[in-house]
Write a protein that binds this ligand. Sequence first.
Ligand code: ZN
Ligand code: ZN
Length: 743
Amino acid sequence: MATKARVVGGVCGHGVDMLERAFLSVTLDPTPLLKFGRGGKPGFRTFALTADLMHLRWTSKNKNKSPKVSIKDMQEIRYGQRTDKFKKANRPDLQHLSFSIIYLDPLNNGSSDSVDLVCKDEHEFELWTRALSTLIEGKTDLTAYLLTIQKSMLQRQQQDGTGGATATGGGGGGGADGMYLTNGAAAGTTAGVGGKRKKTGRGGSAQIFKTHVEAKDVYSCGWGEWGQNGVGSTDLEVCSTPKLLEALLGKPVVQIAHGWSHTAVLLESGELLQYGNRIGTGLNEDYIIPTITPIHWPMAEKTSIVHLACGAFHTAALTERGQVLTWGCNVHGQLGHGDRRDQSTPKLIEAFRQKPAPLSSTSSSSSSSTNAAATPASPSSPTSSPSLTSSNSAPSTTSSSATSSSELFIVSIACGSSFTAAITDEGLLYTWGCGEHGVLGHNDTHDRLVPTQVQDLAGADITKVACGDCHMFAATSRELYAVGWNSCAQLGLGMEIDQLRPHVVEVLRGNEVKEIAAGATHSVALVYMSKLNSDVLYAFGSNQVGQCGAGKKARLSRPTPVQLPLTLPDRETRELKRVEIVEVRCGAFHTLIRTSNGEVLATGSNKHGQLGIPLRNARSPRNSSSKSSTTSSSASTSSSSTAAMIDEFRVIDFLKDKCARSLACGGENSSILTTRAWVEDSEATDCMSCKSPFTFVNRKHHCRNCGGIFCGSCSSKKIAILRMKLKEPVRVCNSCYTMLGGR
Ligand SMILES: [Zn+2]
Ligand SMILES: [Zn+2]
């Protein structure tokens, strides 16, 4: 493969070409990739090249082992899925992001073997395959690259000394009183499922696709009275014009998850930020701007978070090692720690972990159970009595197989209002928390304080899970199962009786559900209909406030195809083009979808502006012209804010040209991650740093790094931005200047 122009003079800088970027990235930024094992089972492992570019290393489930393959043993990069392991995995949908490293295993008489990997997006795929194939071909002089890598490493070490955490997370937070929770429990956040790619399957891949390196700017709208919009104000009962989160400007945001009144944000660095109501964040006060939440890993556990999910008042995080951390409100045991105590900081769920019998042997008298896949391990102590405050914190789901090989590897998580669900790498579904309406799927309505396997789905090979307020969906590659609260027919089963056990949604039987999201009383699914050879968006449940996008119909008792405008102007050519839906999200009473060309369409309740469509336009039939939507939210606030709604999907004009990369819906608010973009002049009336208002004298200046708008004195410095191929110093804001290593 032809390499690009060679780098000259490695002084951290001249000519940051693609190859250099690739080498820097795959050596300095250990990357979670989805690795398929011998049986075709996927799991996250973190990969990196050693700094001498001699070996590829990755993490192992066994923490003491760090497998590696020498570059000199590598034979070729095989694109796509052409190895036995990939064939067993049967995931053709990930074809375009897959590659195999073919190598001769010196430990096995030089027989041929492969490392089979899936990247989270094309960008990552490009970096990895380019770096590896260059090394394997060995035609490139690496000296300059090696120098650059070393310099960058040194720089990073120096930087690590400074940028530490600030806020504390301790404190007595929590303190959720049951009353409040019960009142607020109409949340229905979906931190579901489903990737943004063509198809997702086994949750692991679904999750990893959430992250997107280019997703940078965050816009929020809707209810913000607890500060859950992160825009620095609690004065926002209504906010219908999406607002830029200035506090996240220039920060590499990977994912946002909304609860009812709190929000969690994952940065590329693995840092966790939170804001909003303290009950959900566990922080010691309510924060109105993103605030760092420290994670106290037990020694030797340090790993990175790959996905977040928020319930109404709790938060869950999935790590690349397949562990789950939870924190926040725990009135119903939704944290899975075997008790009902709130957690102020992220805590690992012990029940999923291997427990090498620490003190006396509690139950581990070598009841060496058979395979976890075959034997459902749960019924040993489902803590069925809600009053039971389970004495021990290392309870029971796994106790029947408490040998060291029995650690459960979680690949996907989702939170309902007051419950939590997780899928293992073997396709088993576990649920815990509030059992109201039978939502946990255990054929009763009891709370579960520890993760408990859903027996009915034991053999089903679950790949996706999505949780609404009090209903839940689990999907296999061909079936959708529904369970829980059903008084508005939100399970799509054609009737309105709560279901205590998972039931197949008949209308969709035999078809692959690509995206599924659940609100409080409605549900939306993107399904590949094999008969039609195309994707169809189905909605079902209550359409009272238009949340199904089904016009005047009050309710859809079965999944019903939704009409929506999918012929949209191309971003560059402006030609009308048919676009695809790639992401579906539900708030409690609203729905957002994202299209392949980065537009966002919205329908449902706009009471708090959660659709990002100015309220005064909310009921008018057609889109108004795009720029008129920049009217300030204060204007909208004055209009009667009750009952604002839209009952068919409509493009959010404000986000045109911003290219959405990912969506998040809270109870009654929304956030949109957009591609790193230039903030429009019209969006800023005062400096994004010192807040001094812009005037004829105090003029606006863009920071070339983050795209934000600042006054002259907050953006007086200049620096070269090599990442953007800007070799001459350009104007940046003060915080970007520091971040870029200026002094
Ligand atoms: Zn300023
Ligand atoms: Zn900046």
